[in-house]
Design a protein around this ligand. Structure first.
Ligand code: GDG
Length: 452
């Protein structure tokens, strides 16, 4: 039996038992298994009777506390405040925010409800680890109920700078919520810097040490913990991927791949325009390069997501109309998810991995693409400087996604890069992905949370 204090993980969405597990789920389940505890989150069900449900996790030494949302809560807390205010704000798109007072009410109410349902399962020495922007107020709600346990927060997306934070109806409130945590974790130095600057300018925050802030009269520790993937598992999955899942390219073209939820932060239209420019400028590449973009749907109820879908479909159609031949489709745009092992095999087959977000907390696709490569004949990662991953993946071709010329030049460079250079860059990237995997991330975070 472990002597560590128990762990309570709270995330917006509880992973489903039969989820194709991503690295984050595996790492958090491992941490829960080693110390025991509870994973708390939304069940995914929208119902009129949202009673919480506590169950043992099948075959493991921890429990799951799931709750449903009412239709109103789903609209106001999830689609509203979380994804129509905080998401665009944190991704530098305050113009896409839809500010409505009822969104804030619903967001506060759901966080309060989660705090109340957590109270009866909490033990005095439990550590509480809150994930992401849906749950900023949770520590304040728990403290109001008398909870004194260590509470940490990890933000998976970028933290907004002062100019963007100022677009919130009440910016100081965000910092007041955050002041109730013991530890605030960020993906990148860039986010810690933005937090420090915004806290100073908008909430009288006082940086008393490199990793310590006085906020609303309380002390909060801050640290950067770049998230990783389950590298060992992904390397095996990609190497074992069956040939039958491979993409058949009639002309023997080299494949370029993009894999992203269809989100306006991911820079998909910018990527399409750069590809169009490449094909216009270098006709020699016709039939030699083929672009596969997998973009499963997400948050389709929010208007900005309907717009991005139309824009991307339109662009893909135009590029194919302009350049396709009887043997060659320049771009395949697939608006559906694929199983993880198929993705792993496609990454391995692709000569170029395109990760070009306009803003991104980390971007795990960049790390998955590197892990999936054959080290003897690896592909080239093209990475936006606006992904958190760019801070630790300098051997990628780092580009500015707003500049189609810069991106098209990188595509051409990747197409003709020598095997020796590809191997050197890949070896350096792979070392970082393996050393700083998701188990390292959760271990480092929990050690920091435990030292109070
Ligand atoms: C947030 C932050 C941060 C994608 N399509 C399919 C599929 N995926 C998987 C990818 C990858 C994951 O989804 C996407 O991860 P990202 O990191 O790219 O992006 P977000 O979803 O926006 O995540 C981000 C992350 O949190 C972790 O902290 O890195 O910055 O925005 O694993 O492989 N998986 C399957 N089929 C698909 O079609 N199975």
């Amino acid at each position: 039996m472990s002597t560590e204090p128990r762990l309570i993980v709270v995330s917006n969405r509880l992973p489903l038992g039969d989820d194709p597990s991503g690295g984050l789920v595996v790492a958090l389940e491992d941490a829960l298994r080693s110390s025991g505890g509870v994973w708390v989150g939304f069940s995914g069900e929208v119902t009129d009777d949202p009673a919480p449900d506590l169950q043992d996790h099948p075959g493991a030494a921890f429990q799951r506390l799931s709750f449903d949302l009412t239709p109103q809560e789903h609209d106001e807390y999830y689609l509203g405040y979380s994804n129509s205010i905080l998401w665009p704000l944190c991704h530098g798109r305050p113009n896409l925010m839809r500010i409505r007072p009822e969104y804030l009410d619903g967001y506060a109410r759901v966080n309060q409800r989660i705090a109340r349902m957590l109270l009866p399962v909490l033990r005095p020495d439990d550590r509480i680890w809150v994930q992401d922007y849906h749950l900023f107020p949770l520590a304040a709600e728990l403290r109001a109920l008398g909870v004194e346990n260590p509470i940490g927060h990890f933000l998976h997306i970028p933290f907004p700078g002062p100019a963007d934070c100022a677009a919130l109806p009440n910016p100081a409130q965000l910092f007041d919520w955050l002041s109730h945590y013991d530890l605030l974790g960020f993906q990148a130095e860039r986010d810690l810097g933005a937090f420090a600057e915004s806290a100073r300018q908008l909430a009288d925050g006082d940086q008393v040490a490199p990793d310590r802030f006085r906020l609303s009269g309380r002390m909060v520790r801050t640290q950067v913990f770049p998230i990783g993937i389950d590298a060992a598992a992904f390397i095996t999955e990609a190497a074992d991927a069956p040939d039958s899942d491979r993409m058949r390219l009639l002309t023997g073209a080299k494949m370029m791949i993009g894999v992203d939820r269809l989100d306006y932060s991911k820079g998909i239209p910018q990527r399409f325009r750069a590809y169009q420019l490449l094909l216009e400028k270098i006709p020699d590449l016709h039939e030699k390069i083929s672009f596969l973009q997998i973009a499963p749907p997400t948050r389709g109820e929010v208007e900005a997501y309907q717009d991005i879908r139309e824009e991307t479909e339109h662009l893909a159609g135009r590029i194919n109309g302009q350049f396709a031949t009887l043997n060659w489709t320049p771009i395949r745009f697939i608006h559906r998810p694929f199983p993880r092992p198929v993705l792993a095999g496609l990454y391995r087959q692709a000569r170029i991995g395109l990760v070009t977000p306009l803003a991104d907390g980390m971007n795990l696709v960049a790390k998955e693409y590197v892990a999936a490569q054959n080290p003897d004949d690896p592909g080239v990662l093209i990475l936006s400087r606006f992904a958190g991953a760019a801070e630790t993946m300098a051997e990628a071709l780092i580009i500015n996604p707003h500049d189609p010329h810069d991106l098209a030049v990188a595509m051409a460079q990747a197409m003709r890069m020598s095997q020796a250079e590809r191997r050197d860059r890949h070896a350096a990237l792979l070392e970082g992905v393996v050393d700083h995997d998701v188990a390292w991330w959760s271990r480092t975070y929990l050690e920091a949370l435990t030292v109070r």
